[in-house]
Ligand binder design. Structure first.
Ligand code: PEP
Ligand code: MN
Length: 336
């Protein structure tokens, strides 16, 4: 971290500031330039709030060099691979996760599960508790959905990803769920993140729709700081000035950025990004081309009658086409 001091800073002010830096357990170098004095703080500054230095009147500017998320940051070429059942997310392969926004009944869930298995897909999404914008919208089947999960999971040997909306749901969900999804609305629910940091099961951490990459990575740091290394990041689109035609804007640039900044795998949810089924395939291909480790896609037997997110859900046939095309593209990319 570098602190630039204001012109005409007195020796007293400098010693006051340097004493404070030393009291934080850090060391420093003072560099006298032609126009400014600069203090270079040495040591682990990840736990220091850079803004706190502005409380000193002599401080003109503070520049952070080390990211405030040291555990999430990429410090070597080594990548984190998160194993979910038979899939290794982040090992260079493409993991496609499909399933309904919310579980509605056994038959339709079973039917989608059968399709996944036919196409060698091993992870299914399954909404149990739905965080809806309106309190009057379908909130998920809760325990009934868990019973359906149990039956289908055992039948097809699928791993299940489902959203946890409150840390109090942990005991209830844990026996049925292989990956805990933290939804966009809960990305900064720090009590939930801390609770998920204390377990070993994988966590799928979605980006909040109004959150920066740094805020997203700070949330991942919460989970890693607790000791849970099994984190999969999920880009699901953000709010921008123009969401006239799409629900959100898919931030494709976050994929290569996450790869540069962190060692964690990243998957993409084009369903919640677009909010409309007719863009899902193109966005999926774009995500694969940009280096995503996987996709999270909403699939429904009959989207017209879906109790949630029907407009963005793919019919099973369309989903199969998407899987085939994305696999082909991945093969091409692997060969270049
Ligand atoms: C979901 O995946 O079901 C969901 C609600 O997504 P998000 O949190 O991204 O809105
Ligand atoms: Mn949904």
């Amino acid at each position: 971290m570098i602190i630039k001091l204001k012109p005409r800073t007195t020796i007293n002010e400098i010693s006051h500031l340097t004493e404070y830096i030393v009291s934080l357990g850090l060391s420093l170098q003072t560099i006298e330039g032609t126009s400014h004095i600069v203090i270079n703080i040495l040591g682990d500054t990840s736990k220091i709030d850079a803004k706190s230095f502005y409380a000193f009147e002599c401080v003109d500017e503070v520049v952070r060099i080390q990211k405030p998320y040291p555990k999430v940051s990429k410090t070597s070429p080594q990548k984190t691979i998160v194993t979910v059942g038979q899939a290794n997310i982040g090992d260079g392969s493409l993991t496609i996760i499909g399933g309904p926004c919310a579980i509605e009944d056994f038959e339709s869930f079973d039917n989608i599960a059968k399709t996944l298995v036919e196409y060698n897909l091993t992870i299914m999404r399954a909404g149990v508790f739905k965080p809806r914008t309106s309190p009057y919208s379908f909130q998920g089947l809760g325990q009934e959905a868990l019973d359906i999960i149990k039956a289908v999971k055992d039948k097809y040997n699928l791993a299940i990803v489902s959203e946890i909306t409150d840390k109090l749901q942990f005991e209830l969900l844990e026996p049925y769920i292989d990956v805990f999804q933290v939804g966009a609305r809960n990305m900064q629910n720090y009590e939930l993140l801390k609770a998920l940091g204390n377990i070993n099961k994988p966590v799928l951490l979605k980006r909040g729709f109004s959150n920066t990459i740094d805020e997203w990575l700070m949330s991942a740091e919460y989970i890693l700081a607790g000791g849970n290394k099994n984190i999969i990041l999920c880009e699901r689109g953000i709010r921008t000035f123009d969401n006239t035609y799409t629900r959100n804007t898919l931030d494709i640039s976050s994929i290569p950025l996450i790869k540069k900044l962190t060692h964690l795998p990243i998957i993409v949810d084009p369903s919640h990004a677009a909010g409309r089924w007719d863009l899902i395939e193109d966005l999926s291909l774009a995500a694969v081309a940009a280096g995503a480790d996987g996709l999270l896609i909403e699939v429904h037997q009959n989207p017209q009658t879906a109790l949630s997110d029907g407009a963005q859900s793919l019919k099973i046939e369309k989903f199969i086409e998407l899987v085939k095309k994305c696999r082909k593209l991945k093969q091409c990319l692997d060969s270049i």
